[in-house]
Design a protein around this ligand. Sequence first.
Ligand code: MF3
Ligand code: CO
Length: 252
Amino acid sequence: MNLKTPEEIKIMREGGRRLAEVLATLAREAREGMTTRALDRRAYQMIHALGAKPSFLNYRPAGARKAYPYTLCASMNRVVVHGQPSDYVLRDGDLLKLDLGLVYKGFHTDSAITVPIGAVSRDAKRLMRATEEALDAGILEAHAGNTLGDVGAAIEKTAKKNRCAVAEGLTGHGVGRELHEEPTVWNTGRAGKGEPIVEGLVIAIEPMFTLGKGAIAQIRDESWATADGSLSAHFEHTVAITEDGPEILTVA
Ligand code: MF3
Ligand code: CO
């Protein structure tokens, strides 16, 4: 496993702060009538203005045929991840997932949020709250002495409690000099099982939940959507395991 020194974590904290700032701005600006392409352009400009570079632009994720051509992933409604910005105009009731990564001084940070456009349904709110609660619950388990199974189990339990399903096969990951590093961070698991969590580990924890079944399918633009068409939500933070416990790096 690829562990980070306190100096490296300090750089990642600086990068993560920049990323949080960009993501918060996008969430504030996203509204009915706007295209997701406009949000992508905004993300690109802001990241460069902050002395960083987009992580996703020209990156080829595992399982994709082509390099990703945008700065931002903008996944709409049933699309869970890797949705491509387009001329799609945001509408009242849409559930928009913004996933963004940047490289700062050689280190990636990765974060995602779900943004409701206008008024969304009660079920959509339950889904969003559950997914965000699962991220918090997963992070609480992410301390030295625990295992990745503890993180996955906490996330899975939160899905069940809120009558949501975990999107199958989509995971979090280690993050650092590469966007995706070892270990794989599952959103399911058994407490006490899996890889031990140790100081210096930096991981992207990213629960992705649906309102229907957990099965997903890859669609035209290589994004992943729920197979049954149900709504999905996604929240993600980059988290460092320090001697004092988990530290969220992607915060203002
Ligand atoms: N945040 C995404 C993840 O961790 C990465 C997007 S890869 C891209 O899976 F190709 F879509 F950029
Ligand atoms: Co990620």
